[in-house]
Design a protein around this ligand. Structure first.
Ligand SMILES: [Zn+2]
Ligand SMILES: [Zn+2]
Length: 355
């Protein structure tokens, strides 16, 4: 049995919850408020876990599975998939110290910015813009439970070194003489092979670290604004669920490399504006991960059944961006949003030739 920390009102003993978009926790019953900074002061200066140098065997070290609620004395069970964030018996916000300090703890967190009560009105507005959506879908979605979940992400700082061959196109007008001997112009598409050599540094590339969430959906929820990324504290967990990672940085390497490739392609799309339809045709890029951080990012979820199928709607808990698996326009529902991380440095040597 191990220690838990509880977050409750010092005046009335009711749970206190973090209020999105503010720096305070507020008591549900008496309205007393506590600044986040007061609670952070009480935290020990636990050293943030170094995920860049982790050894795979460390990941098997699991903390105690049972905790005692400091408020009601009930035994709390810890699960592999979720952090202990509240006591199901007395409803108090608790936090199991072993889970959130040292060892397996997250390094960074973006606190919720959107309040739970704002979620459904925003989703209603969003769904109303979908003209082909059956009306019954909106009704079912509005009856679903809104859950606020911190989703685990790996943030990779990486360097990519390599040679890339891109395909690009340019339209040119050319003059020609027609059958009647007159001069006319016509559009012609020229195809180019662009050879690029470069060194890229990418900052905090986000990669979903939980298999419980659809990777494409999580990618589509980006971008997150990193200016609100702060040192991890379980103070922000109050009032929310928090998922643990279940896929390691190594497990995610393939996907990471693909995202880097997309980021680089996107960089070229931005910088080589005279070419259109840019795509990678050959890529010999070596990727080196310099730094790994374990971050918790805020997501609202709505799960419900519609007809015979299970449906999900997600909202970025920071920006309010909504994505969903809708019964119509499905192809558009999960748009792959690129360019969500920063290419901080790109030194390229450029060679282009017509093909
Ligand atoms: Zn109170
Ligand atoms: Zn309790």
């Amino acid at each position: 049995m191990s220690d838990v920390k509880h977050y409750k009102c010092t005046s009335c003993g009711a749970p206190i919850n973090f209020v999105p978009g503010t720096d305070t926790l507020v008591c549900e019953y008496c309205g007393a408020s506590v600044p986040v900074s007061d609670l952070l002061k009480e935290e020990k200066n636990a050293k943030s876990f170094d995920w860049t140098a982790y050894a795979p065997e460390e990941l098997t070290a699991t903390p105690d599975k049972e905790y005692v609620c400091a408020s009601c004395g009930a035994t709390l069970q810890s699960f592999d998939s979720q952090f202990v964030t509240y006591c199901p018996y007395c409803g108090n916000n608790v936090s199991a110290l072993e889970e959130t300090k040292g060892g397996m703890s997250p390094n960074l967190i973006i606190p919720f910015n959107i309040k739970k009560e704002e979620v459904k009105p925003k989703i209603r507005e969003y769904l109303k813009t979908k003209k082909l959506l059956p009306k019954s879908f909106l009704k079912v979605a509005m009856n679903a439970d809104v859950k606020g979940v911190y989703v685990p992400f790996w943030l990779f700082d990486c360097e990519a070194e390599g040679e890339i061959s891109l395909h690009g196109e340019r339209s040119v007008s050319e003059s020609f003489t027609n059958d009647k001997g007159e001069t006319e112009t016509r559009e012609k598409t020229l195809h180019y092979r662009l050879e690029r050599e470069g060194h890229f540094e990418l900052n905090k590339l986000p990669v979903d670290a939980s298999t419980h969430f659809d990777n494409k959906a999580m990618d589509a929820l980006e971008p997150f604004n990193y200016s609100q990324l702060t040192d991890f504290s379980d103070v922000y967990f109050t009032g929310y669920l928090a998922e643990k990672f279940n896929s390691t940085p190594d497990d995610e390497m393939q996907r990471t490399k693909r995202k880097i490739q997309e980021g680089i392609t996107d960089f070229f799309r931005e910088t080589e504006r005279k070419y259109s339809n840019i795509r990678i045709i050959e890529d010999n890029t070596d990727v080196k991960i310099d730094n790994i951080k374990y971050a918790m990012l805020p997501v609202y979820t709505l799960n419900f059944n519609y007809g015979d199928s299970k449906r999900q709607l997600f909202m970025n808990g920071q920006s309010g961006k909504i994505i969903g698996d809708l019964p119509v326009k499905k192809a558009k529902a999960f748009t792959w949003f690129l360019g969500t991380f920063t290419v901080v440095l790109a030194i390229c040597s450029l060679v282009s030739f017509l093909i």
